[in-house]
Design a protein around this ligand. Sequence first.
Ligand code: ATP
Ligand code: MG
Length: 450
Amino acid sequence: KFPVSSSIKRFASRFKDAGFSLYIVGGAIRDYLLGIENDDFDFTTDAEPTEVISLFHHVIPTGIAHGTVTVIFEKQKFEVTTFRSDGSYVDGRHPESVTFIRNLEEDLKRRDFTINAFAADCSTGEIIDLHDGRKDLKNQCIRAIGDPQLRFKEDALRIFRGCRLASKLNFSIEKETLEAMRDLKDNLLLVSMERIRDELFKMVESNQPIIGLTYLKQTSILTLLFPALAKGEGIEQGGMHHQDILSHNFSSCQAAADMHFPLEVRLAALFHDIGKSTTIANKNGVNTFYQHEIVGQKETKKIMSHLKASNEQINTVSLLVREHMFSYKEDWTDSAVRRFINRVGLAYIPLLFQLRLADQKAIHDSIDITMVSELDGRIQKILSAHDALSIRDLAINGNDLMQAGIPKGPRIGQLLNLLLETVLDDPKQNKKEQLLAIAESYQSELGTTT
Ligand code: ATP
Ligand code: MG
């Protein structure tokens, strides 16, 4: 029996009083049976969306074309979907038509995996299991409902969801289901990148990203969707590394998950050595990783943009990849520390340290925080001196330069950058008169060339 909260019972009685039924479905029941916390309730009902809307004051038509609305009830958000039976899928992407039905059984049949097809009656809490989901839960097995080939042809995202679910639950994918995933993976190209991104990010945010990533590799989905990442397979790195590039990227992502680091760090860990595949290939097997991080930044940007990640995410993750090779030594001067802060950006330094620890844990299975904590100490010391660390902190700005007769244009930015270099080297120079004089000498040195 599912423990239905009193608030859900009140919610359900609004449906019941109007002659409709309401069931909890999806991940919440599955996770309850596994003893995992999950407060994300999905409901299904025989009431049509317009009928649901008429029952409550505050309803948001979140996915009304698919029969989904979000009801705000007692300050909670409940997603309610009308039982549906999808028409045929012509393009493997969207059902041609959605017909609403008045039948729970039909609704459960169109769900993806047996362990995702439980329903619980909202008044009694009785768990309905029409697809032997309990048995598969016990065997820790992910199995498509019905014929896996057909089900993945209907909606290829299910292929990716299977890998994601394997990560979340640390389950294995049943043999026929896995074969169908491999056979039909090309259909993933028909699925929108936004949907794939959401599943990939959930996989990376789970406790066991390496499980799903390994399934993506085994089924060649990785090669299909992320060839730049996949090509690290089989390329050995030598040195302290005991794994090929791809396995090391996977292990670093797993290590970041083990240490509960945020999504951006986990993604950066997954991509951090991606550039090495290219730099090694270009050197005809000569083992040099010279500037692989610059290539890595570019490739990471490409993948993150392809995934339609937010600009903030694209920039953060690719910056972390670019900077991950820093190697602090005691002999760094204060200006070297100031340059480091300026290049990485204060906000990203803790994330960069986390990435370093994940990389280290993947190689040595242990971490040594000496280097990052010493560098952190130096950074704190610099910060407490309040020296200029970015153009914003300079004692002059673009307007001051224009007033001094420098024409508006790219030259202004160039000069400000040069002045910052000067000030990072020697903070005492950060005075208006001094900087103007330096700017003028630069200006005459640079002449009219840009
Ligand atoms: P989580 O707890 O991680 O959110 P979930 O199983 O609840 O996992 P959701 O994406 O919230 O995942 O989906 C809710 C339910 O909707 C699933 O349990 C499944 O029954 C059904 N479902 C979601 N996506 C699909 C799909 N592409 N095809 C068929 N059924 C799906
Ligand atoms: Mg859910």
